[in-house]
Design a protein around this ligand. Structure first.
Ligand code: SAM
Length: 292
């Protein structure tokens, strides 16, 4: 009867026995706090009918908790050196499959069809490699594989940006783009001391759940994202300045922009971080309809 893979003593013993040193370049920080693992599983609301996708199983610490609380787990690990480790640590669990692939290269809809027969629910749970947190999240959200929920650990500062509300210093283009389609919650924070090796930053668990209905829809999600990014290009400047950066400064353009802002009762002097997601949707659609 082994202790949990993620217990500090067993994690250290596994690393020693396989002569592994955590690769910084791959964001390898192994979670060794069993209490945090239990809370992650709770935050994901896992049940024994769930199909789970994990990104970066590492040596299997979180994977073990997922395997015990779900129907099956499909785990994407980029580091080939971890395969023999996972093979051994996860051998008691016949409901886990490890795929040696970069998650950013994976064709998730095809893999879900092949491995899960498109059976739902499908949830994503992961302690993300922090160097690619944002691309992974944007990738998961834009794909046509729709997940019932996503529960992921990331650097605390990124978590704060994802859930930030208008007017807060953390509110930016990422907040707007993600909150347009998803309900985002920072579930709880995790100290850097909960990992081997300890990272230089604290962490937080974020849950993302796709909204059931979108009342105010954009005509095109890509255009929305690039418009919002343009509005935040210089976040200390006014919205008016940023819109000039996007559309140009000639008199005719200025007049059109002014008319749109008037229509939505938005002050040109407002800062981009004060606008709500809804207002960004309105502006995206309106500027598109008048061909700016
Ligand atoms: N799940 C383990 C845990 O909680 O202790 C390890 C988490 S560690 C923060 C991130 C893991 O993601 C590492 O195992 C790393 O090798 C893996 N990884 C890094 N980049 C990846 C990528 N592009 N695709 C899949 N896995 C990746």
């Amino acid at each position: 009867n082994n202790p949990e893979i993620a217990s500090p003593a067993r994690t250290q013993a596994i690393l020693n026995r396989f002569h592994l040193s955590a690769k910084k370049s791959l964001g390898q920080n192994f979670l060794t706090d069993l209490n945090v693992l239990t809370k992650i599983v709770d935050a994901a609301h896992l049940t024994d009918t769930d199909n789970v996708i994990e990104i970066g199983p590492g040596i299997g610490g979180l994977t073990e908790f997922l395997a015990r609380s779900s129907k099956r787990v499909l785990a994407f690990e980029i580091d080939q050196n971890l395969l023999p480790v996972l093979d051994e640590t996860l051998s008691p669990y016949d409901n886990v499959e490890v795929i040696n692939q970069d998650i950013l290269q994976a064709n998730l809809p095809a893999i879900i069809e092949e491995k899960f027969n498109n059976e739902r629910p499908i949830k994503v749970v992961a302690n993300l490699p922090y160097y690619i947190t944002t691309p992974i999240i944007l990738d998961l959200l834009k794909g046509n594989a729709e997940f019932d929920n996503i529960t992921v650990m990331m650097q605390k500062e990124v978590a704060q940006r994802l859930e930030a509300k208008p007017g807060s210093k953390d509110y930016g283009s990422l907040s707007v783009i993600i909150q347009y389609l998803n309900d985002v919650k920072l579930a709880f924070e995790v100290s850097r001391k909960s990992f081997i090796p300890a990272p230089n930053v604290d962490s937080a668990i974020v849950t993302l759940e796709r909204k059931e209905t979108i009342e105010n829809e954009v005509f095109d999600e890509k255009a929305f994202a690039s418009f919002v990014r343009g509005c935040f290009a210089h976040r200390r400047k006014t919205l008016w300045n940023n819109l000039q950066g996007l559309f140009g400064k000639d008199a005719e353009t200025k007049e059109k922009v002014q008319a749109v802002l008037d229509e939505f009762d938005i002050q040109p002097s407002i800062r981009p971080e004060k606008l709500t997601v809804d207002q960004y949707v309105d502006l995206t659609n309106k500027f598109h309809s008048i061909k700016l």
